[in-house]
Structure formats: structure tokens, C-alpha cells
Design a protein around this ligand. Structure first.
Ligand SMILES: C[S@@+](CC[C@H](N)C(=O)[O-])C[C@H]1O[C@@H](n2cnc3c(N)ncnc32)[C@H](O)[C@@H]1O
Length: 207
């Protein structure tokens, strides 16, 4: 009862706030403006990436997310933009779009949370055009053993508090295991961010 009230009323606002710190928004600006054509944003959440799309290169955005509460926030934000944006209320493990129909799949701070992440990546690959781009910006496993130990210790509690988020996923490995080829990968600890959640991976992959 308390946990479902927390997930319905508090969690959406907590996620919206925690995912919009200055260092995180700085990261968004490195990756979102690269999106072009028909874009599928996986786990669009409350729509925090919307200000970083450059309208001229983006023809249409399809924002997918299973959370009704976050979708309500995103819908309100979408009305204040000029973006051509539609929403799909579903998990990425099953994407109701045709094969080979998307120019850019964009995923930010969401591969940490998707429960069946390899199924979801298979779906992203299925809908991506042969010459399409997979753009990612995610937090994940740190390079330092002592930080990893803390990530592993805290992960079970963290997941309960933050909607199933895992702080210890090996993001590049998960992407590579899906069969996507990573062409560009950058990584660092974000400034002013606790190291257990602040190790960021961002870049681009193709089929
Ligand atoms: C930490 S939030 C990040 C939201 C947004 N991508 C951003 O950058 O601010 C994680 C998001 O993953 C979404 N999510 C959870 N399960 C998912 C699934 N199976 N498929 C796609 N998204 C999912 C949540 O609803 C939430 O919006």
C-alpha cells in the first residue's frame, strides 16, 4: 500500500528532480542534439530531454515509457514545445512499431531500469533502420573496485527506492552483447555527483 502510493505520487517527482541536475543536463546536451529523422526515445519519462532536441534535424519523436504518471508530466511539457511528438505507453521489451522504421533510437538513464534489458535491446535493433543510429547516455558500473563494491551492496535498496534502477549495470557490455556495434564511447565520473551513481557512459552504436 505505502509502496504503491510512493510509486504513484512521490517517485515520478523524485525521478524528475534527480535526473535534472546540472551535470546530468550537461550530459544530455552532449548526446540528444545528435538525434535526427524519426526518433524513438526509450524511457522518455517526464520528458527531460525535450529541450535538447534541435528541431531542424528531428522530423518526429516517438516517446516510449510504461509509466502513466511520468507520461502525464511529459505530455504537459510536450504542449509547450514545437516538437512533433507522440507517446507509446509501454515497456521497451515490446515496441509496437514496424521493423526498420526508426532513424535514431535514443536512450538516456534508462538501460539501468528496464527489467528485461536484452529483450528491449533486441526490439530497439528490430525497429532501427539499417543505417540508423543508437544514441545512449547512461550511468553504470564504475571502474574502481571499491566503488563497485559499494554499488553492489547498495543496489538492492537503490532499486526499491528508485523505480527498479540498477547502479551496477555494465552498460557497454550490455549494448555489445545485444549485437549493436559501439562506434563511439566516452566515460567519466560526473562532477558533484556521488560516485556510486555518477559514472557515465555515452556514445553511439550502429547495427
Ligand atoms: C531514471 S528514469 C529516466 C527517464 C529519462 N530517460 C531521462 O533521461 O530522464 C528511468 C525511466 O525508465 C522507464 N522504464 C522503466 N521500465 C521500462 C521499460 N521496461 N521500458 C522502457 N522504459 C522503462 C521509467 O518509467 C523511467 O521513465
Amino acid at each position: 500500500m505505502i509502496s504503491s502510493l510512493y510509486e504513484k505520487y512521490a517517485l515520478p517527482k523524485i525521478l524528475d528532480c534527480c535526473c535534472s541536475t546540472k551535470p546530468v543536463n550537461y550530459q544530455r546536451n552532449k548526446i540528444v542534439p545528435l538525434a535526427k529523422g524519426k526518433v524513438l526515445e526509450i524511457g522518455i519519462g517526464s520528458g527531460l530531454n525535450m529541450p535538447y532536441y534541435t528541431g531542424s534535424t528531428v522530423e518526429k519523436i516517438i516517446g516510449l515509457d510504461p509509466s502513466e504518471e511520468l507520461n502525464e508530466i511529459a505530455l504537459k511539457k510536450a504542449k509547450d514545445t514545437k516538437l512533433n511528438i507522440d507517446f507509446i505507453l509501454n515497456g521497451a521489451e515490446e515496441i509496437s512499431l514496424p521493423n526498420n522504421s526508426i532513424d535514431t533510437v535514443l536512450v538516456t538513464y534508462t538501460l539501468c531500469t528496464i527489467p528485461q534489458v536484452s529483450e528491449a535491446l533486441n526490439e530497439m535493433k528490430r525497429v532501427l533502420k539499417d543505417d540508423g543510429m543508437f544514441l545512449f547516455c547512461e550511468h553504470g558500473i564504475a571502474p574502481d573496485k571499491n566503488i563497485v563494491n559499494w554499488q553492489n551492496r547498495i543496489n538492492p535498496l537503490w532499486g526499491k527506492l528508485f523505480g527498479g534502477c540498477n547502479i551496477n549495470r555494465d552498460i557497454p557490455k550490455i549494448i555489445q552483447q545485444s549485437g549493436l556495434k559501439i562506434n563511439k564511447l566516452e566515460q567519466m565520473y560526473l562532477p558533484s555527483t556521488p560516485k556510486i551513481v555518477g559514472y557515465n557512459y555515452w556514445g553511439m552504436a550502429t547495427l
